[in-house]
Design a protein around this ligand. Structure first.
Ligand code: HPA
Length: 266
C-alpha cells in the first residue's frame, strides 16, 4: 500500500477530520494512546507500519482527540536495532504528514548522564547528537535530503512544554539527547565519552524520527523519560525490564505536561 492508500484506509475507519498533531510513544509510554478519544487501528492492518517487535510498545495507530486537539498517536515505534534499518519509521511519518499533521511530538525512555536528573525525571530535548553516525535520509535521491538541523527542536513548542510543566508544578529538564544504536546498552567508557561531547541523556531512538520529521516539514518536539542513570553512573542495574518498570514514574509526569501543552495550543 502506498501512502495514499494507507491514508484512505485510515480515513475509512477513523473519519475525515484533519490531524494536527502526530505523536510517537516510547517504551513503557504506550498507554497514553488509550487516552485518545478515537479509533485504534492495529499496525497489522497498515502495511509498512512496524511489527510489534519490542515489548512495552503498543502497536496501534490511534486517531482522535486528546485535550481538544486532533491527534494521531503511534503507540509504538520501530527501532534501528531491530533490523538495521534507519528508515524504519519513514512510512508511518509520511502517513502522519498526509493525514494533515503539522507537529510531531516524540517520546522515549532514556538513560541520564546528569546527577541532577535522576530516574523518574523528564527532559525536553533542546538538541541531539547523532552518535550512531547513521542517517535515515541516506539513499533519498532528491535535494530535499540536505535537511538543516539547526532548529530541529522547535523553540515555540519547547516554550509551551516548559510553560505546561510550570503550570502543573512539574520539573521539566532541558538537554541534549545522544542516539546510540543499541540494542546492547552503552559501556561506562562510552557514557563518559558522550558526556564529554555534551549529551545529557542517551537512548536508542528518536533521532532518526526527528530527522525524517524535519525532512517532511513537521515542527518537532521530543521528551525523554529517564528510566535509569546511564552505564557507570550509579549502582542501578540497566536492563530492558528495568526500563519498562521505571518508565511509568516519568510517564505520569510526561502525560501531565503533554496534556497541558495540548490544551493550551492555539
Ligand atoms: N541507554 C540507552 N537507551 C536507554 C537507556 C540507556 O541507559 N535507558 C533507556 N533507554
Amino acid at each position: 500500500m502506498d501512502v495514499h492508500e494507507l491514508v484512505a484506509t485510515i480515513r475509512g475507519r477513523a473519519g475525515d477530520a484533519p490531524v494536527r498533531i502526530g505523536m510517537i510513544l516510547g517504551s513503557g509510554l504506550g498507554h497514553l494512546a488509550d487516552a485518545v478519544d478515537g479509533t485504534a487501528i492495529s499496525y497489522a492492518d497498515l502495511p509498512g507500519f512496524p511489527h510489534a517487535g519490542v515489548s512495552g510498545h503498543n502497536p496501534n495507530l490511534v486517531v482522535g482527540t486528546l485535550e481538544g486537539q486532533q491527534v494521531a498517536v503511534l503507540g509504538g515505534r520501530a527501532h534501528y536495532y531491530e533490523k538495521g534499518d534507519p528508515t524504519a519509521m519513514r512510512r508511518p511519518l509520511e502517513v502522519l504528514k498526509a493525514l494533515g499533521a503539522e507537529i510531531l511530538i516524540v517520546t522515549n525512555a532514556a538513560g541520564s548522564m546528569r546527577p541532577d536528573m535522576p530516574t523518574g525525571s523528564i527532559m525536553c530535548l533542546n538538541d541531539h547528537i547523532n552518535f550512531s553516525g547513521l542517517n535515515p535520509l541516506i539513499g533519498e535521491p532528491t535535494d530535499n535530503r540536505f535537511v538543516p538541523m539547526t532548529e530541529a527542536y522547535d523553540a515555540d513548542l519547547r516554550r509551551r512544554l516548559h510553560a505546561a510543566a510550570q503550570a502543573a508544578d512539574e520539573t521539566l529538564h532541558d538537554g541534549v539527547y545522544a542516539w546510540y544504536s543499541g540494542p546492547s546498552f552503552e559501556t561506562p567508557a562510552e557514557i563518559r565519552a558522550i558526556r564529554m561531547l555534551g549529551a545529557d541523556a542517551v537512548g536508542m531512538s528518536t533521532v532518526p524520527e526527528v530527522i525524517l520529521a524535519r525532512f517532511l516539514g513537521l515542527r518537532t518536539a521530543a521528551i525523554s523519560t529517564i528510566t535509569n542513570m546511564a552505564a557507570g553512573m550509579s549502582d542501578e542495574a540497566i536492563s530492558h525490564e528495568h526500563t519498562k518498570a521505571m518508565a511509568p514514574i516519568g510517564a505520569a509526569r510526561l502525560e501531565k505536561v503533554l496534556r497541558g501543552a495540548l490544551r493550551d495550543l492555539d
